[in-house]
Design a protein around this ligand. Structure first.
Ligand SMILES: [Zn+2]
Length: 585
C-alpha cells in the first residue's frame, strides 16, 4: 500500500532544515541546543513552542501540537501525508522513489509531469513578459489602476501573454516539447478545419490557476481591449485542469486559513489579490457562481468555517443559498457576508480599508438568517394575507435550525417582530405548515468527522508510531481516554488493540469516516521507523497535553486540590521532556 519507499521518506526528513521550515512561520530564538518561538498553532504571548533541529521534532508545551517536519507541513498547510512528503521533496530537491508501479501508470505519470513542467515554464514566461515587455505596459497600468502592487502580483504570479500567435508555441518547441503536448496542456489550439496550431492566449493578463501545493494547472486570462473574444478566457478542461476543482489562490490562502480557522470565498481574481494585499490572506475565488462539491471539499480542508462574500446581485445570492445547503452535509460552517450593493471586495478594501471588510465578516449571517431576511425583504408585510404567506415560507427555514439554540431563538424573535405576531406563533404546532419540511426530516447521513486540528494530528501521529511494534503496543495500553482531545482517535486506539494483527480487517462498515481514520493511521505507520526514544518523547508530550487540559478545567472549576496535583505532574513531565530533548544533560 506504500506509495514511496521508506528510504525516500527518510531522505526527505534528513534533507529538511527544521529551523528554516519552522522559521518561515514563526520567529525562532536559540536557547541552548534547541529553538523556541511563539506557537504557530495557538495564540500566545510567551513562547512555549520548541524545536529540536537535530532530531527534527517540534513540540508545543501550550497546546500539545507536536511532530516531525512532515507533520508540521501537514498541520500548517492543511496537506495530507502524501502531499506533505511531495511538497517537502520538491522544496529540498529530494527525488522520491516509488514502490513498484505498473508500466502504464508510470508512463501516464511521466507524461503528466512533462505537461506540468511545460505549464510551469510558460507561467514564468508570462510573468517575465508582464514585467519586462513594452507590449504589456497597458496591462501594468490597468493593474496599477486597480490598486494592485507589484508584490502581490508577483505572489500570485500574474503574467501577460504576448499578442503574437506563436511565441509560446515556438519557445516550447525549441525546448523539445511537441505540438501535441502544447495542445494537451491547454496552451495551444488547433485552427478550424484542421488549420494550423497557434497560441491559445494572446494579449491577455494571465492569472495562474494552481493547486493547493502551488503547481500551476491552467490559466484564467482577461482581455484588456474591446478586441475579439470573451472578456475572460480559461484553460479548457483537459487531463490536468478541471474547472470544477479549482479555487483561485488556494495555495496562498491555505497557511493563513489554517491559522485563522476560516476561509473567505469571493468571486473574482482581483478580489483575492486586493484582500491579500490588505492583509486578509485567507481568500480564494470560486470563479463563477456555481459552486461544486469538489470546491466545497477543498474549502473544508482549508478551514472549518467559510465566509462567502459574493456579489449582492441575485445570481450571487442564489449561489450562497445553494452553497449553504450543500455545506450542511459536509460539516462546513458557511456564513454569508453581505456586501454593500454593487460593490465587490476589491473596491471595498480599496476605498474603506481592510477594517471595513473585516467588520462585514464579523456581521456575517448564518444561512438560515440570510434566508429569513431574504423572505422578509420580498414579503408584503402590509396585509394579514401577505404576512401569512411569509410565515408559511419562514416556518420550514426556522424549523431547520436546531431547537434550543441561540440562533433559533434569535430567528424566532426576528420573524415575530417583523410579522408582528406572538413568538409562540412562529413555531406553533397547530398549523400544517409547521410540520418539518421534507428536507429537515430526511435522515441525515452520519456527519463526517471534523478535520483534525494540530493537537489531534499529534494524537493521530502517536497512534501511527505505536502501530506494529511490541513497544508501541505497551504504550497504547497505557493510554487513557483523557489522552485524546479528539474522541474518534480514542476509538481508533481501541480498534488497534482489539485487532492488533490486522486492523484493516473488521473495519466498521456503517461508519465510513471512522474507517478512513483507521486506515489513515495504519498507512502512516507503514512509513515510520520509530525509535524507542521518539515513542517515549511523544508519549510524554501527549501526557503533558492531557495534564494541561485537566489544569484548565480545574482552574475553571476552582478546584485547588486538583490544580496542585496536576501542577506537580506538569513539572515532572516538563523535566522529563527537557531531558529527552537534550536541554539538561
Ligand atoms: Zn501551541
Amino acid at each position: 500500500m506504500r506509495l514511496y519507499t521508506k528510504d525516500s521518506i527518510e531522505r526527505v526528513k534528513d534533507a529538511v532544515d527544521m529551523v528554516e521550515l519552522v522559521g518561515a512561520r514563526t520567529d525562532l530564538r536559540r536557547v541552548g541546543s534547541r529553538w523556541t518561538a511563539l506557537c504557530p498553532f495557538h495564540d500566545e504571548r510567551t513562547p512555549s513552542f520548541s524545536v529540536d533541529a537535530q532530531r527534527g521534532f517540534y513540540h508545543c508545551f501550550g497546546c500539545g501540537a507536536s511532530g516531525d517536519a512532515i507533520g508540521f507541513v501537514e498541520a500548517m498547510e492543511g496537506l495530507d501525508f502524501r502531499e506533505a512528503v511531495e511538497s517537502l521533496a520538491d522544496r529540498y530537491g529530494v527525488e522520491l522513489k516509488r514502490e513498484q508501479e505498473d508500466p502504464q501508470a508510470e508512463e501516464e505519470r511521466k507524461r503528466r509531469e512533462r505537461l506540468l513542467k511545460l505549464i510551469e515554464r510558460t507561467t514564468s514566461y508570462y510573468e517575465r513578459v508582464l514585467w519586462e515587455s513594452a507590449e504589456a505596459a497597458h496591462a501594468r497600468d490597468y493593474l496599477a489602476s486597480r490598486g494592485l502592487e507589484e508584490e502581490v502580483l508577483r505572489t500570485y504570479r500574474v503574467g501577460y501573454s504576448p499578442s503574437a500567435w506563436d511565441k509560446v508555441l515556438l519557445a516550447a518547441q525549441r525546448d523539445g516539447f511537441s505540438r501535441e503536448e502544447l495542445l494537451a496542456a491547454g496552451l495551444a489550439q488547433q485552427g478550424r478545419n484542421g488549420g494550423g496550431v497557434y497560441d491559445r492566449f494572446r494579449g491577455r493578463i494571465m492569472f495562474p490557476l494552481a493547486d493547493a501545493r502551488g503547481r500551476v494547472l491552467g490559466f484564467g486570462a482577461r482581455t484588456l481591449g474591446e478586441g475579439r473574444g470573451p472578456k475572460y478566457l480559461n484553460t479548457s478542461e483537459n487531463s490536468i485542469y478541471h474547472k470544477g476543482r479549482q479555487l483561485f489562490g488556494i495555495h496562498q490562502a491555505r497557511p493563513a486559513a489554517a491559522s485563522a480557522g476560516r476561509i473567505v470565498a469571493v468571486e473574482g481574481y482581483t478580489d483575492v489579490l486586493a484582500l491579500h494585499q490588505a492583509g486578509i490572506r485567507e481568500a480564494v475565488a470560486i470563479m463563477g457562481t456555481a459552486l461544486t462539491n469538489e470546491q466545497l471539499q477543498e474549502l473544508r480542508r482549508a478551514a472549518p468555517t467559510a465566509y462567502f462574500a459574493l456579489d449582492a446581485d441575485s445570481a450571487g445570492q442564489e449561489a450562497m443559498l445553494r452553497a449553504g445547503h450543500m455545506a450542511r452535509d459536509r460539516d462546513l460552517e458557511l456564513l454569508v457576508v453581505q456586501l454593500p450593493d454593487g460593490r465587490d471586495p476589491a473596491e471595498l478594501v480599496a476605498e474603506n480599508g481592510a477594517g471595513a471588510f473585516l467588520s462585514l465578516l464579523d456581521r456575517a449571517l448564518t444561512v438560515a438568517e440570510f434566508e429569513v431576511r431574504r423572505v422578509l425583504a420580498s414579503a408584503d408585510l402590509g396585509t394579514p394575507r401577505g404576512r401569512d404567506h411569509a410565515l408559511a415560507a419562514l416556518r420550514p427555514i426556522v424549523a431547520g435550525v436546531p431547537p434550543r439554540t441561540a440562533t433559533r431563538d434569535e430567528l424566532v424573535r426576528l420573524v415575530a417582530d417583523r410579522l408582528n405576531v406572538d413568538p409562540s406563533y412562529v413555531m406553533s404546532q397547530d398549523s400544517p405548515s409547521t410540520a418539518p419540511s421534507a428536507e429537515a426530516s430526511r435522515p441525515r447521513p452520519r456527519a463526517p468527522l471534523a478535520p483534525l486540528d494540530a493537537v489531534a494530528k499529534s494524537e493521530r501521529g502517536f497512534l501511527a508510531m505505536c502501530h506494529g511494534s511490541e513497544l508501541g503496543k505497551e504504550y497504547l495500553e497505557r493510554l487513557e481516554r483523557d489522552h485524546f482531545s479528539y474522541e474518534p482517535l480514542w476509538r481508533v486506539r481501541e480498534h488497534l488493540l482489539s485487532h492488533w494483527d490486522d486492523p484493516l480487517i473488521a473495519l466498521p462498515d456503517d461508519d465510513e469516516s471512522f474507517a478512513v481514520l483507521i486506515k489513515d493511521v495504519v498507512l502512516r505507520a507503514e512509513n515510520d521507523d520509530v525509535s524507542a526514544e521518539a515513542l517515549r518523547l511523544t508519549f510524554l508530550q501527549l501526557d503533558l497535553a492531557r495534564v494541561n487540559r485537566g489544569l484548565r478545567r480545574a482552574e475553571q472549576d476552582q478546584d485547588f486540590d486538583v490544580q496542585r496535583t496536576l501542577a506537580r505532574d506538569r513539572q515532572r513531565l516538563r523535566d522529563q521532556i527537557d531531558e529527552l530533548m537534550g536541554l539538561t544533560l
